[in-house]
Design a protein around this ligand. Structure first.
Ligand code: ADP
Ligand code: MG
Length: 214
């Protein structure tokens, strides 16, 4: 059980998240075909390929530089909304990461809080608007609560994954107010938002990547 997150653990988290997205990309594209253009799964797979290239190519091997490289790589993914939003998440996490070799639980929660703020600088979407914000917000809140309760890092990410999953599931009852799906208005109700669902898969991947630490 670890009370810190170091570079190697972050690498495991990121690689596991990439695998989780690859395993579920068909679900993501299917969800995006309801109110969008059906490309979310393939866009996320391309984003994860870039993420993995960044992991392999990271020269300085610090948490901060790795997150910067990952964010920068994902920002460059073509395909609409995903690159800027997800890229902003990792870039803002890098900004908050500090120079130390490992983050403690408080630093880890603060880093994800900064990541959420980075996303919210890119979009006016709020919880309830049926976007990726609906999964990211509860995940980040769960991380903070777990840190305040003294949970270890793996337990924090486990709780965040559960919260992201519940947040994504709850988008099924919402009407889309942002992105392409807003065009189909109330017809968007009844299906999960693709972006929220991929955030849930990302956090499940993060959590699985740390399971050996638990
Ligand atoms: P695009 O809609 O450009 O094809 P994707 O299909 O890759 O992009 O991603 C769609 C997802 O992106 C949506 O399900 C939603 O979660 C998220 N999204 C789209 N636009 C916005 C926005 N303005 N604010 C927040 N999230 C958004
Ligand atoms: Mg799309």
């Amino acid at each position: 059980m670890s009370a810190t997150l170091d570079y190697d653990a972050l690498v495991r988290m990121l690689q596991s998240a990439a695998q989780e997205i690859r395993d579920n990309h068909e679900t993501l594209s299917k969800l995006d075909s309801v109110g969008g253009d059906g490309d979310h799964g393939s866009t996320m797979v391309r984003a994860m390929a870039r993420l993995e290239d960044a992991v392999k190519g990271c020269a300085t091997a610090t948490v901060k530089t790795l997150l910067y490289d990952v964010g920068w790589a994902i920002l460059g993914v073509d395909g609409g909304a995903t690159g800027p939003l997800l890229g902003a998440l990792f870039m803002a996490m890098s900004d908050a990461a500090g120079a130390s070799e490992a983050l403690d639980v408080d630093g880890l929660a603060a880093m994800f809080e900064a990541g959420l703020e980075g996303v919210l600088r890119q979009t006016k979407a709020k919880p309830g608007d049926k976007t990726m914000v609906d999964a990211l917000t509860p995940a980040v809140q769960a991380l903070r609560q777990a840190a305040d309760e003294g949970a270890a890092v793996a337990e924090m990410l486990k709780r965040a994954a559960e919260a992201a999953h519940a947040g994504a599931a709850a988008t099924a009852d919402m009407q889309a107010r942002f992105g392409r799906a807003k065009n189909i208005k109330e017809q968007s109700i009844g299906h999960q938002d693709p972006g929220a669902t991929s955030v849930a898969f990302l956090f499940r991947g993060f959590s699985k990547g740390l399971e050996t630490d638990a």
